[in-house]
Design a protein around this ligand. Structure first.
Ligand code: MN
Length: 202
C-alpha cells in the first residue's frame, strides 16, 4: 500500500475566476503529486509504509529521524493539500450555518471578525505556509504554520485551511497575496468545514 494522489473533487477550471485553471493544474498535478511521490519514496521499505498519511503526520515523533524531515515536509504537503481541495468548492462562499456557525460566532464574535482574524494569519505568514481554522481541545482557533507543517502534528484538528505558498497564487496574482486571500472567501466550502467541525466534536 502506498499513499495516493486523490482526484480533485471538481475540474481544474471550476474555481475560476478566483483561482485559474492553469494554477490548479500545476498545483494538483505537479506540486501535490510531487509531495505524494516523495513521501512514498521516504517510507518505502520501512515499517511506516503501510501507515496512513494522517497517522504519519499526527505521530511524526514516531518516524525515525533519518526520514522525519522528508515525511514532515512532503507528507505534510500531502495531507495539507488533501484537506485544502475539499474545503474549496465552485458552489462555495456565502456564510456558514448550523452548529458550526454558532460556535464560530461564539469564538470570534461574528463571521466578519473571524474572516479578519484568519486573513491576518494568512497575510502574516512570512514566506511559504498555511493559515488554519482548527479545533484545539474542542475550541475553535486560528493559527498559521510555516512550510508544510500540519496542525495535526500539534494535536489540533484542521477544519479550514488556505495555502499561501506562492505556487498557489503567483500566476494570477503575482505578489498580491491580499487579493488571493480576499477571493478565497468566494469559494470556501462551508458545508464541508461544518462537517469537519461536527466530526471533530463527536
Ligand atoms: Mn500548495
Amino acid at each position: 500500500m502506498s499513499i495516493t494522489l486523490p482526484d480533485l473533487p471538481y475540474d481544474y477550471s471550476a474555481l475560476e475566476p478566483h483561482i485559474d485553471a492553469r494554477t490548479m493544474e500545476i498545483h494538483h498535478g505537479k506540486h501535490h503529486r510531487a509531495y505524494v511521490d516523495k513521501t512514498n519514496a521516504a517510507i518505502a521499505g520501512t515499517e511506516f509504509e503501510d501507515k496512513s498519511i494522517e497517522e504519519l503526520i499526527a505521530d511524526l515523533e514516531l518516524v525515525p529521524e533519518g526520514i522525519r524531515t522528508a515525511v514532515r515536509s512532503s507528507g505534510g504537503g500531502v495531507i495539507n493539500h488533501n484537506i485544502f481541495w475539499t474545503v474549496l468548492s465552485p458552489d462555495g462562499g456565502g456564510e456558514p450555518s448550523g452548529a458550526f456557525a454558532e460556535a464560530l460566532a461564539g469564538a470570534f464574535g461574528d463571521s466578519a471578525s473571524f474572516r479578519r482574524t484568519f486573513t491576518d494569519a494568512a497575510l502574516g505568514q512570512f514566506g511559504s505556509g498555511w493559515a488554519w481554522l482548527v479545533l484545539s481541545d474542542g475550541a475553535l482557533a486560528v493559527m498559521k504554520t510555516p512550510n508544510q507543517d500540519s496542525p495535526l502534528t500539534e494535536g489540533r484538528i484542521p477544519l479550514l485551511c488556505l495555502d499561501v505558498w506562492e505556487h498557489a497564487y503567483y500566476l494570477k496574482y503575482q505578489n498580491r497575496r491580499p487579493e488571493y486571500v480576499e477571493v478565497f472567501w468566494n469559494i470556501v466550502n462551508w458545508e464541508e468545514v461544518g462537517r469537519r467541525y461536527e466530526e471533530g466534536m463527536a
